[in-house]
Design a protein around this ligand. Structure first.
Ligand SMILES: Cc1cc2nc3c(=O)[nH]c(=O)nc-3n(C[C@H](O)[C@H](O)[C@H](O)COP(=O)(O)OP(=O)(O)OC[C@H]3O[C@@H](n4cnc5c(N)ncnc54)[C@H](O)[C@@H]3O)c2cc1C
Length: 387
């Protein structure tokens, strides 16, 4: 591929690189995606595959999640990606959590969502215990199996849109004219760097002022007892203190005080509960959040126990664990994503929060629109808390 000139070179074959490739391919550009690994192996295949709309921060993040969800709906059948399930149930275990859900349901972001009595929980998701305060039902979410979806998306972009993938190739430097790689120079009219949480190989000096760090998460693949099938994503009170679409509501303060008193170990480990189902009857359960510039690779058993405590509060038992893994993503104190322009034809794009599976397609459209034609480069997005 060296010697050939592309309209756009993208560093990184995670979801954000794939999203930029899709947006550019739709406008007929010649594109190369460069990745140092043989297949996507970063955050994009370690996540829940949970395309979350309800709970994302009001404003740009929520809008991007809604748009990205629509893109997933459009391309999943074309790319042969199975949408495992749709929608979300947020189960309030405490009255304070129910107040947050009531306020959310009345907000603009609550459109399309329904608030139920807690007693209906077991009807909405068989296997759930009784005694909950309320349930918010959202129709907006989608769930894909990321470890299958990413390779399928890449193969489809290659097949249907002629996108070239240059694998096992490290990008060593970027100029206005293209990318220097471990296999030679790639000429390109424009470049987008989507290197995830690698802040030091490319544009280290340029990225430094954003004061980024990394967030390490623990995840489990589990099999529910009693043959129940998880048909929608599930979350609980702890998520209402974590996801900004809820946590920024005034009603969340009382919940936060009660969680501080009753689940301080969960909060200290950044543990909340997401449960999503898989086509083979298993489920993905998580997660914890610990921040460090270089997170250690070790999964802490006590954190898995905290995650499973919260699962047990929903189902009354513990599932059989089939796999455990950790993942990392980029994190910033003051923004959910950033796009920086070191040269007029080059962008650095980093999702600095756990929202990339949910927002990447919209971010890709905005970046490519600004670089290659229609639209504008997105402003940096702010939030008040590290996510
Ligand atoms: C455990 C976990 C759970 C999550 N849950 C959710 C969720 O429920 N919902 C949600 O929306 N988001 C979730 N996220 C966040 C989401 O997965 C990320 O925001 C998103 O995957 C980031 O995508 P990316 O393409 O920027 O990065 P990555 O997927 O990390 O991809 C970056 C790629 O760049 C390549 N690369 C880097 N440097 C170079 C170089 N110099 N040369 C060549 N290649 C290079 C890497 O090899 C890698 O393939 C979760 C993340 C984790 C880890």
């Amino acid at each position: 591929m060296t010697g050939k000139t592309f309209d756009l070179a993208i560093v990184g074959a995670g979801i954000l690189g794939v999203a930029c490739a899709l947006a550019a391919a739709r406008s007929g550009k010649r594109i190369v995606v460069i990745d140092r690994d043989a297949q996507a192996n970063g955050a994009s295949v370690r996540n829940f595959g949970f395309i979350t709309v309800t709970g994302q921060q009001a404003g740009d993040c929520w809008r991007r999640a809604m748009r990205s969800r629509d893109v997933w709906d459009e391309i999943a059948p074309q790319a042969g990606v199975d949408v495992v399930h749709e929608g979300l149930l947020v189960i309030a275990r405490r009255p304070e959590a129910a107040r947050v859900l009531e306020a959310f349901a009345l907000s603009a972001m609550g459109a399309g969502c329904r608030l139920h009595e807690g007693a209906t929980a077991a009807r909405l998701q068989p296997g759930l215990r009784s005694g909950f305060e309320a349930v918010l039902e959202s129709p907006h979410e989608r769930r894909v199996e990321s470890r299958d979806a990413l390779p399928r998306l890449a193969a489809w972009l290659e097949r249907a849109h002629g996108v070239a993938f240059l694998r096992n190739t490290a990008a060593l430097g970027v100029t206005r004219h293209g990318v220097a790689t471990s296999r030679g120079e790639i000429s390109a009219g424009a470049v987008v760097v989507c290197a995830g949480d690698d802040f030091h190989t490319l544009f280290s000096e340029r990225i430094a002022p954003y004061r980024l760090t990394r967030c390490k998460l623990q995840m489990l693949r589990a099999r529910p007892r009693g043959g129940i099938a998880v048909r929608r994503a599930l979350m609980t009170d702890l998520s209402l203190a974590r996801y900004l679409g809820y946590a920024e509501l005034p009603e969340a303060q009382a919940l936060r005080r009660r969680l501080d008193a009753e689940q301080s170990a969960h909060l200290a480990a950044g543990v909340h509960l997401i449960v999503v189902g898989a086509a083979d009857g298993s489920m993905v359960v998580g997660d914890s959040h610990v921040y460090a510039d270089t997170p250690d690779p070790f999964a802490v058993e006590a954190f898995d126990e905290l995650i499973l405590d919260e699962y047990e509060a929903l189902f009354g038992d513990r599932p059989a664990i089939e796999e455990r893994w950790t993942g990392t993503y980029a994190s910033a104190e003051d923004r959910l994503m950033l796009v920086d322009a070191p040269y007029p034809n080059v962008r650095i794009a980093i999702v600095t929060s756990g929202t990339g599976a949910s927002t990447a397609f919209a971010i890709g459209e905005e970046i490519v629109g600004g670089l290659l034609g229609a639209g504008s480069t997105p402003a940096h997005e702010s939030s008040m808390m590290r996510r």
